[in-house]
Design a protein around this ligand. Structure first.
Ligand code: SPV
Ligand code: MG
Length: 291
């Protein structure tokens, strides 16, 4: 099955499905091996791994390069966090073309303005996109895709920016009517209040996606019972890697030797396995001259 069809299926099943964050080829591979059915190519995680801010400091072609590595080593679908689409409708539709060329299954765009700022940094001061302009962007993206199963997810930032439920529903409905395959409703609250209210008011068949980073303590069953289609674990691989790298760097710096460190890190053989080193050895026997 095509990656696009796999992603579409995830969104259309009534069961709550999950996407797990990855930010490079290695983490994407680990997400697939773990058993996840799909990958969230997080803007926060990819920019953090590059050492830059989540403010479109990395260019969209630099993000594409990362995605190409992620896509090449995985068979599960990738949903790109495409920020605001890196410009207007024209930039966003060109992005769709370039994503399809790399077998990326879908893209999520958020209704803010370029350059964006992460939703958890002074969200209430962030300007929203004009609704009509954003709807035009969604339409242009849907009109551009070659593969009918490519997914365009429209992310609603009304709660993040302090506009509230009415605006959130108004925007989500408009985005659904413009052809969005799903809406992502984001909240920075530690409880489920906004998401619950949104789901109660949501009468459309368009699937709903959430990102429970800030309401992590809410039991998954409660989210499932609300009728949410997909939950995104949005940044936990990059955050786990920070802990691991900070702790091992400190340990080696202090000790000035590797005695303690060796037992705390993955073996180099494990890296070779993930890189597929064995396949190359087999291929060398087949293709290199034997003498
Ligand atoms: C991301 O993972 O980059 C997201 C989710 O967009 S959030 O960081 O919550 O905005
Ligand atoms: Mg993001």
């Amino acid at each position: 099955m095509k990656k696009t069809s796999k992603l579409k299926q995830l969104f259309q099943t009534k069961n709550l499905e999950f996407l797990m964050e990855a930010h490079n080829g290695l983490s994407a591979k680990i997400v697939e091996e773990t058993g996840f059915k799909g990958i969230w190519a997080s803007g926060l995680a990819i920019s953090a791994a590059m050492g830059v801010r989540d403010n479109n400091e990395a260019s969209w072609t630099q993000v594409l390069d990362v995605l190409e590595f992620m896509s090449d080593v995985t068979s599960i679908p990738i949903l790109l966090d495409g920020d605001t689409g890196y410009g207007n409708f024209n930039n966003a539709r060109r992005l769709v073309r370039k994503l399809e060329q790399r077998q990326i299954a879908g893209v999520c765009i958020e209704d803010k303005q370029f350059p964006k700022t992460n939703s958890f940094i002074n969200g209430h001061t962030q300007p929203l996109a004009d609704i009509e302009e954003f709807c035009g962007k969604i339409k242009a993206m849907k009109d551009t895709q070659n593969d009918e199963d490519f997914m365009v997810v429209a992310r609603v930032e009304a709660f993040i920016t302090g506009w509230g439920l009415e605006e959130a529903l108004r925007r989500a409905e408009a985005y659904g009517q413009s052809g969005a395959d799903a809406v992502l409703i984001h909240s920075k609250r530690a409880d489920l209040e906004e998401i619950e209210a949104f789901m109660k008011g949501w009468n459309s068949a368009v699937p709903v996606v959430i990102v429970p980073t800030k309401y992590y303590s809410v039991p998954t069953k409660r989210i499932k019972d609300l009728g949410v289609s997909v939950a995104i674990w949005a940044n936990h691989n990059v955050r786990a890697s920070l802990n691991a790298m900070q702790s091992i760097s400190k340990q080696i710096f202090d000790a000035q030797n590797l005695l303690e460190a060796e037992g705390k890190v993955a073996s180099v053989d494990e890296i070779f396995r993930l890189q597929g080193a064995e396949e190359l050895q087999t291929a060398e026997q087949k293709y290199l001259p034997s003498g």
